[in-house]
Ligand binder design. Structure first.
Ligand SMILES: Nc1ncnc2c1ncn2[C@@H]1O[C@H](COP(=O)(O)OP(=O)(O)OP(=O)(O)O)[C@@H](O)[C@H]1O
Ligand SMILES: [Mg+2]
Length: 113
């Protein structure tokens, strides 16, 4: 199993969710996140005054999938979250050791969906 941790622009959530559903990935955790990448935040202009936002609002998606779903899930996120502008986000992938469904005691792949 893999944990796909995706940091995306908040307005891309609906397309990403839809794209994941199309490859049968139907569960995720969504968290509000703030961060910065290599631009170190963004400079923006409001009523003529330039100011700096140190931390940009993003969404963090945590998605645990079994190995056969992994490549399709990455492709779905890469395409649906992509605008081509800076700040589109990042995807990190980690190995997952165990999963449990608390209600039934099911484990690993059968506990995922
Ligand atoms: N190395 C990292 N570790 C943890 N979080 C990161 C890392 N890089 C980026 N992030 C998170 O991802 C968000 C989006 O990053 P962003 O897309 O701006 O990356 P970038 O490397 O600056 O690429 P780009 O040039 O396309 O903007 C950041 O606001 C931050 O929350
Ligand atoms: Mg950036």
């Amino acid at each position: 199993m893999k944990l796909i941790m995706a940091i995306i622009q908040p307005e891309r959530l609906a397309p990403v969710r839809q794209a994941l559903a199309e490859v049968d990935v139907t569960a995720m955790t969504v968290s509000e996140a703030r961060g910065f990448g290599r631009q170190g935040g963004i400079t923006t202009t409001y009523r003529g005054a330039e100011y700096r936002v140190e931390y940009v609002n993003k969404l963090k998606l945590d998605i645990v999938v079994s190995e056969p779903f992994y490549q399709a899930a990455i492709k779905a996120i890469m395409e649906a979250a992509h605008t081509g502008k800076i700040g589109d986000g990042k995807i990190f992938v980690l190995d997952v050791e165990k999963a449990y469904r608390i209600r039934t005691g099911e484990e690993d792949e059968v506990a995922l969906n």
